[in-house]
Design a protein around this ligand. Structure first.
Ligand code: ADP
Ligand code: MG
Length: 629
């Protein structure tokens, strides 16, 4: 029997402490199963290249077992195992990675073997939950088995043992404080979280399986059940396969496997698959994102060689795509670094831009291959696309080919098509193309109708980030501006050269203005006289595009207009000087009656803009009933 001291290289102790002090205790199981997986994959590799000394690979599996009585947790594998010398080398030298050494030795052939370890620290995480750890291991080489025991100090014992089959059993004597790890439910939870898609089958207990009834079984026959090993993982998840091996239904099935609580089907998927200049596989799904943006539980999951790492992909996946779901798997993402360092990493940057390029390509091909279907999906995906256009110039460029601008008549136009359609009728006297839009078809109904009557096309843009997107489009494209239909009276929305003739003289106009201003609250409305068609509305309330948009941008964050969010609501009250009612108001002799007419008309204008509410609305209705009487 050998005894000795564990050799901790001082320069390596710091990352060790850091890694364990700051991470969850629960990761120990992931680490041990990763080692068991590595040991099995190494054997697979050695048998494949004929260097396993006649040992067969077979159908190895990993087993996790709880022994409540002895308060131990066991992780058992059928992998390469270790000789005594190897235990000395790999285990006793903390921060010496056997995984890294293996990859170094078999550089060319083992590059894609899927081996997980490389820091040489994982094993020691066992001591976060155990006061004593045993290793019982037998190498695939023809050498005696070894038994290593350590009680969490730098002392250990190492002696021969009589294990016959190659492989390793790690035995953790669980601390009193960590008793939770002796509970089946807790271990199952961890296995499902971290190991659900690991490449070697993992057995955890048994389960009852219902056998199918034979064809000729009587009607009241009870199906028989059989006890089978409970394999908790799917060793071949969809993302590890080639896209041409998968059908649409496989992608949908995998979605359900990833998010068992998610009943809504994804809209479409994107299969990621690169190995140069970095290695990345994965499948992203576009979920339906309509309605209120519920708190997102189901997020993109990050794996490394099929081991779950985190569902915080911030910094790795471009921000506008973090609303998607799915998995990405890349061994090339440094993980034990801070997020800000991560974002500066050049591999990570390349990964992020690769992902956004792939997403753009996919959207473009969906658009090209089945435009009708793409249009149907538009409202569910627009948030992501619009957000992407705003936040990434490259994506903005690419999106020109598939971003859609829906009209109030349910047509979906690309920017180019829109431009073609409106440039003649909607270019103003200064040569600016004015794109009209509405944000709410019901609330802005009368304005939309007025614009349509002039032959204008009205878009329906209702995402919360629209004001920002419009700003972006206006700065990217030449001589265009977006104007909401209720920003001004229809004749002023797109200023053409035609002068409208007013029925009123300058003097009359002067008087009319004073009359209105004496009744209408000044702090809220700017009175503006316009010579419009006599059958247009007598009074219209509008809110200048600039002012409204700045306020909206404040509300959704950004915009940079200091203080705008707190500015009082200001409107223009457009008075149509050609309308008979306005002439009546002007010619009303008694001041009292005139005031009543102005108030009532103002309330009607407010009503049509959805601005009349509460007490004022009640008073208005009462007054109107009195008038009808
Ligand atoms: P890493 O996995 O990063 O190399 P670990 O601390 O997790 O570091 O493990 C150290 C080394 O101990 C491994 O590289 C491997 O050589 C050896 N080892 C650990 N667990 C096993 C096991 N179950 N079977 C065989 N070797 C193992
Ligand atoms: Mg490891």
């Amino acid at each position: 029997m050998a005894t000795g001291n564990i050799n901790v290289s001082v320069e390596n102790i710091f990352p060790l402490i850091k890694k364990f002090l700051y991470s969850d205790h629960e990761i120990f199981l992931r680490e041990l199963i990763s080692n068991a997986t590595d040991a099995t994959l190494k054997l697979k590799h050695l048998t494949a290249i004929g260097e396993a000394g006649g040992v067969e690979y077979g159908n190895p599996r990993i087993e996790v077992k709880i022994d409540k009585e002895n308060k131990t947790l066991h992780v058992i594998d059928q992998g390469v195992g270790m000789t005594k010398e190897e235990v000395e080398k790999y285990i006793n030298e903390v921060a010496f990675s056997g995984a890294e050494e293996f990859l170094e030795k078999y550089k060319d052939s083992a590059k894609d073997s899927g081996i997980i370890g490389h820091f040489g620290l994982g094993f020691y995480s066992a001591f976060m939950v155990a006061n004593k750890v045993e290793i019982l291991t037998k190498s695939y080489k023809d050498e005696p088995a070894a038994h290593w025991v350590c009680e969490g100090t730098t002392e250990f014992t190492l002696e021969d043992a009589d294990k016959k089959e190659h492989g390793t059993e790690i035995i953790l004597h669980i601390n009193e404080d960590d008793k939770e790890f002796l509970e089946e439910a807790r271990i199952r939870e961890l296995l499902t979280k971290y190991n659900k898609f690991m490449p070697i089958p993992i057995k955890f207990g048994t389960r009852e399986e219902t056998l199918p009834l034979p064809e000729d079984a009587p009607e009241d026959a009870k199906p028989e059940t059989k006890t089978v090993d409970d394999i908790i993982n799917n060793p071949n998840p969809a993302w590890t396969k080639q896209p041409n091996e998968l059908e649409d239904k496989d992608y949908k099935e995998f979605y359900r496997e990833l998010y068992p609580m998610q009943f809504e089907e994804p809209l479409f998927h994107i299969h990621l698959n690169v190995d140069y200049p970095f290695n990345l596989t994965g499948i992203l799904y576009f979920p339906k994102l309509t309605g209120n943006m519920e708190i997102q539980r189901d997020k993109i999951q990050l794996y490394q060689n099929q081991v779950f790492v985190t569902d915080n992909v911030e910094g790795i996946v471009p921000e506008f795509l973090t609303m998607l779901r799915g998995v990405i798997d890349s061994p090339d993402i440094p993980l034990n670094v801070s997020r800000s360092y991560l974002q500066a990493d050049s591999n990570v940057k390349k990964i992020a831009s690769y992902i956004s390029r792939k997403v753009a390509d996919k959207l473009k091909s969906l658009f090209n291959n089945n435009r009708e279907d793409f249009e149907k999906k538009w409202n569910d995906i627009k948030i992501v696309i619009e957000y992407g256009m705003l936040s990434e110039d490259k994506f903005f460029e690419k999106a020109q080919k598939f971003a859609l601008y829906p009209t109030v008549d349910n047509k979906y136009l690309t920017y180019e098509e829109l431009e073609e359609k409106i440039k003649d009728n909607q270019t103003d006297k200064d040569g600016n193309m004015v794109i009209l839009y509405a944000s709410n078809q019901d609330a802005q109904h009368s304005y939309i109708e007025a614009a349509k009557a002039k032959g204008y096309e009205v878009l329906l843009l209702d995402s919360p980030i629209v004001p920002h997107l419009l700003q972006k489009l206006e700065s990217e494209k030449e001589k265009i501006s977006f104007v909401r239909v209720d920003a001004d009276n229809v004749d002023n929305l797109i200023k053409k050269d035609e002068e409208k003739i007013s029925k009123l003289s300058d003097e009359e106009k002067e008087k009319l203005k004073t009359d209105f201003e004496s009744v209408v609250p000044k702090e809220k409305y700017t009175v503006q006289l316009e010579a419009m068609d006599s059958d247009a509305a007598p009074l219209i309330i509008t809110q200048p595009e600039f002012m409204r948009r700045m306020k909206e941008m404040q509300q959704t964050g950004g915009g940079g207009m200091f203080g705008m969010g707190n500015m009082p609501e200001m409107y223009n009250l457009v008075v149509n000087t050609n309308h008979p009612l306005i002439s009546d108001i002007l010619n009303t002799k008694t001041a009292k009656k005139q005031e009543r007419l102005i108030k009532q008309s103002l309330d009607l204008a407010r009503l049509s803009q959805n601005l009349l509410k509460g007490e004022e609305l009640t008073a208005f209705i009462k007054r109107s009933f009195d008038m009808v009487k």
